[in-house]
Design a binder for this molecule. Structure first.
Ligand code: GDP
Ligand code: ZN
Length: 304
């Protein structure tokens, strides 16, 4: 029995790396049947145990417990857990200042999934050669998130980003077209990832093939590229837990009149006072409320 880390999944083939090299790991019929209709038995970033067979091949035995996980609701109706990346230290939410314009609601959601999955989060606002970073970025900075203003096209802001990525496993997350692949190519030209419309076309056909992939930075550390994720469903979060996933509400714990304040319409709410005093932007507060309402409307999530 050997262990290794899943770096790429193509259909039902798990590409695993360890000190001995690279392995193509398949699922045994038993695992496949047991998981029928459920989520995949392993995600990119997972540490797995496998039984080696022919050179460079093996059978998956077990996925080891995860330290962190970046999830979304998957399957039909969003009823199963879809783990995009396992065991990442960090999440980099990538957006562009223009073309497409940043969708702050999507930024909030990406950060919440990162926080809920126990990862440190940051934002890269790319294409700053087209438009300056939007003022709302200051709200995220004030919340404590590092914000990197980058231009993959002009090579701006890459040194700071590289320093932040150094020595960690970072999952990239963001809609398609914002320049994730371009940014990775700018950081590491040898990767030669496909960009632009071509990459969109490949991704369409990619759902069953390469989907999420882990790349090693020559300076140390890894980045995990995920496909452009637009409107993903939240997973594994209940409304009561949401205040723990917003740094602004976390910081106010115990300051509201009610201990379990949802910061919505309760009297004596310290978060509302922050908005009224101009210390928290209305936009970010509304972002919080929008996720809160979404969680209240959806069926109770599984706790994890
Ligand atoms: P992805 O879908 O997030 O991986 O985005 P791509 O890397 O494929 O980039 C989408 C499009 O935006 C391509 O046409 C890129 O050339 C362009 N692009 C990426 N980064 C920048 C940038 O910093 N500035 C400008 N002006 N265009 C960029
Ligand atoms: Zn409150």
């Amino acid at each position: 029995m050997l262990t290794g880390r899943v770096v790429r999944i193509v259909g039902n083939l798990y590409h695993v790396e360890n000190a001995d090299g690279e392995w193509d790991i398949t699922l045994t019929g038993k695992i496949r049947r047991a998981r029928d209709g459920a989520s995949k038995p392993a995600a990119v970033g997972d540490e797995v145990e496998f039984e080696p067979g022919s050179p460079g091949e093996g059978k998956l035995l077990r996925t080891l417990p995860r330290r962190t996980k970046l999830c979304r609701a998957g399957g039909s109706g969003g009823r199963i857990e879809s783990v995009l990346v396992a065991n990442a230290d960090r999440v980099l939410a990538v957006f562009s200042s223009h073309n497409p314009d940043p969708d702050f609601r999507a930024v909030d959601r990406a950060l919440v999934m990162g926080e809920a999955g126990k990862m440190e989060c940051a934002i890269a606002i790319n294409k700053v050669d087209l438009a300056p970073p939007p003022p709302e970025m200051e709200a995220y900075r004030a919340a404590g998130y590092p914000v990197f203003a980058t231009s993959a096209a002009k090579g701006q802001g890459l040194a700071d980003l590289r320093a932040w990525l150094h020595g960690k496993v970072t999952a990239l997350m963001g809609p398609s077209g914002v320049g994730k692949s371009s940014l990775l190519n700018a950081l590491e030209p040898s990767w030669e990832l496909t960009t632009g419309e071509l990459s969109l076309r490949i991704q369409e056909g990619r759902h069953t093939t390469t989907w999420v992939e882990m790349h090693r930075l020559s300076s140390g550390g890894y980045v995990v590229d995920t496909p452009g994720i637009e409107n993903f469903g939240l997973w594994g979060i209940v409304a009561e837990d949401l205040p723990a996933y917003f740094p602004e509400t976390r910081a106010l714990q115990g300051k509201c009149r009610f201990r379990n304040c949802g910061h919505e319409s309760e009297p004596g709410c310290a978060l509302k006072a922050e908005v009224e005093a101009g210390r928290l932007t209305k936009r970010r507060y509304e972002g919080y409320l929008s996720i809160l309402r979404e969680l209240r409307e959806s069926a109770p999530a599984e706790r994890w």
